[in-house]
Write a protein that binds this ligand. Sequence first.
Ligand SMILES: N[C@@H](CCC(=O)N[C@@H](CSS)C(=O)NCC(=O)O)C(=O)O
Ligand code: FE2
Length: 293
Amino acid sequence: MNSITLRFQPALACAWRVKTTSSSRRIPALQLRFCYGVSSTDHQPPVKTNIRHYCSRMDQGQGMLFRQLFESVSSTYTYLLADTETKEAVLIDPVLETVDRDIKLIDELGLSLKIAVNTHCHADHITGTGLLKRRLFGVKSAISKHSGAAADILLSEGDSVNFGKHCLNVRETPGHTDGCMTLVTGDQTMAFTGDTLLIRGCGRTDFQQGCSKKLYKSVHEKIFTLPGHCLIYPAHDYKGQTMSTVDEEKKYNPRLTKTLEEFVDIMKNLNLTRPNKIDIAVPANLVCGLHDV
Ligand SMILES: N[C@@H](CCC(=O)N[C@@H](CSS)C(=O)NCC(=O)O)C(=O)O
Ligand SMILES: [Fe+2]
């Protein structure tokens, strides 16, 4: 019997589990992932495991809706945030292939998507931003002004993305790319770190404008200075982990706990393969993803 896990996580609960007798059973519009997932230790090839770290977030009575969504081909997290009163919503890092899922959820929840924001110009997948703008009236795209990409809103340090009474504050965190940003909720309880800080890892620095020294400085000065309890939500996870905290990463991140010199050396020797889609994703993402859609 296969166990499949819905990677669509409501704010108050952990992941839902569904038992089925067939691996081909389909549940439309929700992301399914087999319990036998992919995991690896740092720098090691993936191995099969049934380990899952589920995401949970206590309702803090602040009137903010939050959903973490997963795209399994590129292992990308997309985040939906909204003001529960005004219904204004923001999507962080939407993926082209999951735009239908995102629109369906936005409709079901009665939300009005205002802004689709990318934490950086992604190299491994095409952003869903351009298609969302075509499909939903009034949506604006946003990205860092240092990314070199076109968007309706070009963000820089100290800017904020507002939705209802909530906001995301921009912290520039270059290193993986020049235009990487970390988006921090107004109350500093959540940080969307893109590829700058991954759970127990970090973004690679061997292409685009990658620079390991810059990344180290960004993490230490702009992320590790947030409150220790601040939740970390990255753009990717390849091991089934869904969230972390500033304190946890300061203590256990196998790369960022090292000295700068050791970190630079680790990053030089990652020996990762080039992302499969880099040659189509980067040019597409420089024009909001609307590249031969
Ligand atoms: N194999 C994947 C690409 C995986 C990869 O390179 N991930 C990036 C983030 S997407 S730009 C990364 O920074 N990884 C860091 C790490 O330590 O894994 C593909 O072909 O798409
Ligand atoms: Fe990236």
